[in-house]
Ligand binder design. Structure first.
Ligand code: NAD
Length: 505
């Protein structure tokens, strides 16, 4: 009799197709879908972390001399590897962190998109030419590679966030050492192998990518701390909880390193009287329930105008009641598992706190299925923005509040300590523009008539306040991965000083 097909049986074949051979060890990898153990792999030691940082520093010294468009060619090859393995890597992401199939694939598409962006960027690392106040002088800015970039990533975007950082860091002339989430090591190994293969192809075609350019550290937070503490790591780009950022930020600052922090969110949407309710329903449902509420940009607070509250809430409740929760690999399922039992416990605790604060909870029940940590998404009617509403609980809980005054609601919108993403649903031009203005949303991302989650790579991504202030991905986020030099050139035969200063000797 053939053994039943399990995820643990499937994963070795997936990994083999992506060219990954596991080194067995004591570190277990689980699937949140069934709770089953997928593998037990080797963890890197502190000494190996030090060696990876040293190797990256040596690699940086060579890589910075490779012309940027040639560095872009490596990233172009990397995108080819990702395109060739999109289905396998997307499936592995779904198996390892519980995303529905289209979101697993979407994560890999995001990696391809940032690579394409970075290839173009490799010919556009522009600096300004600046008018000088002195005759026969010219001023300009040049942008230079920074050094070793340490990337620490979270479980919920286990490979995309690394590629956002790495695609830009590489074209900017840096070396990278990555400490992925301890909850998603297999996806990390597979994604890393693709870049290694691109490096091998690049070198086979005459490129000069040095060994150590693309380091990987498999293990727990101690390895993240090794990146944070090393003066050889010029930039620490850390994505995860605000708790983590509070530890990382001051340590990097104390050694005058640079940090780029992408931390927790507590994202809101305002639904105004003029909103198109069909469009709003879809926008709210995806943003609040997608990825089982485990996106940094997940919609967590909803302000409904009192004139549409009674028309909209029943429709939203019906969407919540009908959404299919279960195995994310099955067609039609929109909400998969939470990452682990701890996340489920935190969700139930937040719901109990919401009840104690006078909230009415719809949904949120634990679903006993297949050995994973599953719950139905929860809608909670709150009378005010208090208690658990002020915190990020990394689970599908949407707190709904009624409002009547737009300006007062804008204040409430901005009252929470986090500042990542935000939305308004309205057809009132004044409200939309006010929301996007200086006195509007205080978040790094502010949208009109789409939900707060699901950003495109072309824009700069990140948020304010306890979200950490970092910006990654598109626009001019690349500048965080380079150092700027201001140059003044004198092509005359005298030496006039700035500000009319005289110094005659
Ligand atoms: P986490 O903070 O538990 O872990 C994130 C990473 O940091 C892991 O790799 C972990 O090993 C490492 N780490 C933890 N403490 C550390 C320390 N003191 N020094 C160095 N490294 C340390 O987060 P998580 O549970 O994996 O992810 C969920 C959180 O991430 C949520 O709060 C979510 O909002 C946030 N997130 C933010 C963004 C964003 O772009 N703003 C994106 C994704 C996730």
């Amino acid at each position: 009799m053939r053994p039943p097909m399990t995820l643990a049986n499937e994963v070795p074949a997936l990994l083999a197709r992506m060219g990954v051979t596991l080194t067995s060890g004591a570190l277990p990898a689980h699937s949140p879908i069934t709770g089953e153990r997928l593998a037990a792999i080797a963890e890197n030691s502190a000494a190996e972390a030090g060696a990876a940082i040293d190797a990256a520093q040596a690699a940086f010294r060579q890589w910075r001399n490779v012309p940027a468009p040639k560095r872009g060619e490596l990233v172009r090859l990397w995108a080819e590897e990702l395109r060739a393995h999109k289905a396998d890597l997307g499936r592995l992401v779904s198996i390892e962190v519980g995303k529905v199939v289209s979101e697993g694939l979407g994560e890999v598409q995001e990696m391809i998109d940032i690579c394409d962006f970075a290839v173009g960027l490799s010919r556009q690392l522009y600096g300004y030419t600046i008018a000088s106040e002195r005759p026969d002088h010219r001023m300009m800015e040049t942008w230079h590679p920074l050094g070793v970039v340490g990337v620490i990533s979270a479980f919920n975007f286990p490979v995309a966030v690394w590629s956002w950082n790495t695609a830009l860091a590489l074209v900017c002339g840096n070396a990278v050492v990555w400490k992925p989430s301890e909850k998603a090591n297999l996806s990390a190994l597979a994604a890393h192998a693709m870049l290694e293969r691109a490096i091998a192809r690049f070198n086979a075609e005459g490129g000069k990518a040095p060994a150590g350019l693309n380091g990987l550290l498999i293990g727990g937070r101690a390895l993240g701390e090794a990146l944070v503490d090393s003066p050889k790591v010029a930039l620490v780009s850390a994505t995860g909880s605000t708790r983590m950022g509070r530890e990382v930020g001051p340590k990097v600052a104390a050694r005058f390193g640079r940090s780029l922090l992408e931390l927790g969110g507590n994202n809101a949407a305002i639904v105004s009287p003029t909103a198109s309710l069909d469009l709003t329903l879809r926008g709210v449902a995806f943003a609040a329930m997608g990825t089982a509420g485990q996106r940094c940009t997940t919609l967590r607070r909803l302000f409904l105008h009192d004139s549409i509250y009674d028309a909209f809430l029943p429709r939203l409740k019906a969407a919540y009641a009908s959404v299919k929760v279960g195995n994310p690999l099955e067609q039609g399922v929109l909400v998969g598992p939470l990452i682990d039992q701890g996340a489920l416990d935190a969700m139930q605790k937040a719901l109990a706190e919401a009840r104690a604060a006078g909230g009415t909870v719809h949904g949120g029940e634990v679903v006993q299925t297949m050995g994973g940590a599953y719950a139905r998404p929860a809608l909670v009617e709150m009378l005010d923005q208090i208690g658990p509403v002020l915190h990020e609980t990394f689970a599908p809980i949407l707190y709904v509040m009624k409002y009547s005054d737009f300006d007062a609601t804008l204040e409430k919108h901005n009252e929470v300590p986090q500042g990542l993403s935000s939305s308004i649903f309205t057809n009132d031009m004044r409200e939309a523009e006010t929301f996007l203005s200086a006195r509007g949303s205080d978040c790094g991302i502010a949208n009109v008539n789409i939900g707060p989650s699901g950003a495109e790579i072309g824009g700069a991504f990140g948020g304010e306040k306890e979200t950490g202030g970092g910006r990654e991905s598109g626009s001019d986020a690349w500048k965080a991965y380079m150092r700027r030099a201001t140059n003044t050139l004198n092509y005359g035969s005298t030496l006039p000083l700035a500000q009319g200063v005289t110094f005659d000797i």
